[in-house]
Design a protein around this ligand. Structure first.
Ligand SMILES: [Zn+2]
Length: 410
């Protein structure tokens, strides 16, 4: 009881780590069948597992749909701020000290968010026993207006290579990548030709021997827009309807897409605006694609921000249509659009899903860190000892000018 009273957060975390182990989520899910792929898994670097609490948290921040991210941030900032301001201190606090303490938690949170977007770190890699090519269908470089500055072909290729991809199509906004540019040294994966066309309220990824199209002739109406599918086909290339546009703007036009000759649909796209894609609609689109033998694909839609992909495709040699790919996704990305996944509860459900999808090695790493920090904090300190987190935490609670030796732990 004493332990629970003195370290409530650590004990709560241990209980959560054990409870979520009883209802685990597979670290990888086949987005078409919903089952755990038997022949594919995530290979996590040692450093990733060693610092699993940080690795998993940064991944979980990356796999937020936009609306859930906004809710979670608002709730966490308010909760952390209130906790910092109202927490008991050893000595009475001035209001200035309370404001400073209220800002620490939200500040750390914003730094974590920034780290998720830009901090280079070890990342999981897809490994498969089966035949096939691990491929991405939709990714951007700095040639796109919204690509990260300095995000070159070489950096894009390295980003994919780290995560187990053998190939990616390069699909910048309205700029054809034809693969004819001499590639810089050291690129070990295949960069394949493609483009992402912006047409009437829809983005269309075209892959293969793509050429320029008169984009204006696919504007102004859905009826004109869907003609781009035939135009892409005449080039000998394939067209894929992108997320989130067909979900947001053309939900009732998907039959017309099929009639006009679309070759496939994205069913997972890792961009925050696309991660909210409703699971119900994903099922409908998979059924539609299945009945017309069209491709379904996962898209990192990488723009240079974020270190991890939420989805991989395992493309089977010689396969066509609906059987072209198996689509493997991180479960946290798939649940973003679940029915009943109330966005306002994201502050609680995102950590819950994150903890449920931990592997055993990651769970062991979390528990080890909790024990290390508990032991460290429980260590008795001698008078005048300068270093240590406990001392730091206590010094935040009192004015810097006064010095109180022999203070009891707060
Ligand atoms: Zn894109």
């Amino acid at each position: 009881m004493n332990l629970l009273r003195r370290h409530p957060i650590a004990i709560a975390l241990v209980v959560l780590l054990l409870a979520t182990a009883i209802h685990p989520l597979s670290p990888l899910v086949d987005a078409v069948t919903g089952s755990t792929p038997g022949d594919a898994d995530l290979d996590r670097p040692i450093l990733y597992v060693m610092f699993a609490p940080l690795s998993n948290t940064l991944d979980a921040l990356t796999f937020f749909s936009q609306v859930r991210a906004e809710w979670a941030l608002a709730v966490w900032i308010l909760a952390l701020g209130a906790w910092g301001a109202l927490r008991r201190a050893a000595t009475p606090l001035t209001w200035q000290r309370r404001v400073v303490r209220a800002l620490i938690g939200p500040g750390v949170l914003l730094l974590l968010g920034l780290a998720a977007v830009v901090l280079p770190r070890p990342v999981p890699r897809l490994v498969t026993d089966g035949v096939g090519t691990v491929i991405d269908y939709h990714a951007h470089t700095n040639a796109s207006h919204d690509g990260r500055p300095g995000w070159t072909l070489a950096k894009l290729a390295a980003w994919h290579e780290r995560q187990g991809f053998a190939a990616t199509y390069v699909t910048d906004h309205n700029i054809v990548y034809d693969g004819s540019l001499p590639l810089p040294e050291g690129i070990t994966i295949s960069l394949l030709p493609g483009v992402e066309w912006s047409v009437y309220r829809q983005h269309v990824v075209a892959i293969g021997p793509v050429e320029a199209v008169p984009r204006d002739s696919f504007g102004e109406s859905t009826a004109r827009m869907v003609r781009i599918f035939a135009a892409v086909e005449r080039q000998g290339a394939l067209s894929i309807a992108s997320l989130p546009e067909y979900w947001r703007n053309h939900r009732d036009d998907l039959g017309a897409f099929v009639v006009a000759g679309v070759d496939g649909f994205e069913i997972v796209n890792c961009a925050p605006k696309a991660l909210g894609f409703p699971s119900d609609l994903r099922h409908d689109v998979i059924a539609l694609a299945g009945s017309h033998d069209l491709m379904v694909v996962g898209a990192s839609d990488n723009h240079g921000w974020g270190q991890v992909t939420c989805v991989w495709n395992l493309s089977l040699p010689g396969a066509q249509g609906f059987r072209t790919n198996r689509v493997f996704a991180r479960p946290l990305a798939l649940v973003q659009g679940d029915r009943g996944g109330w966005p306002w509860a994201a502050a609680i459900t995102q950590p819950w899903f994150m903890l449920r999808s931990l592997s055993w090695s990651e769970r062991a790493s979390w528990l080890t860190w909790v024990v290390i920090i508990l032991l460290y904090r429980a260590m008795p300190r001698r008078e005048g000892q300068a270093a240590g987190l406990g001392i730091l935490a206590r010094s935040l609670g009192r004015s810097r000018k006064t010095s109180v030796p022999n203070e009891t732990p707060t």
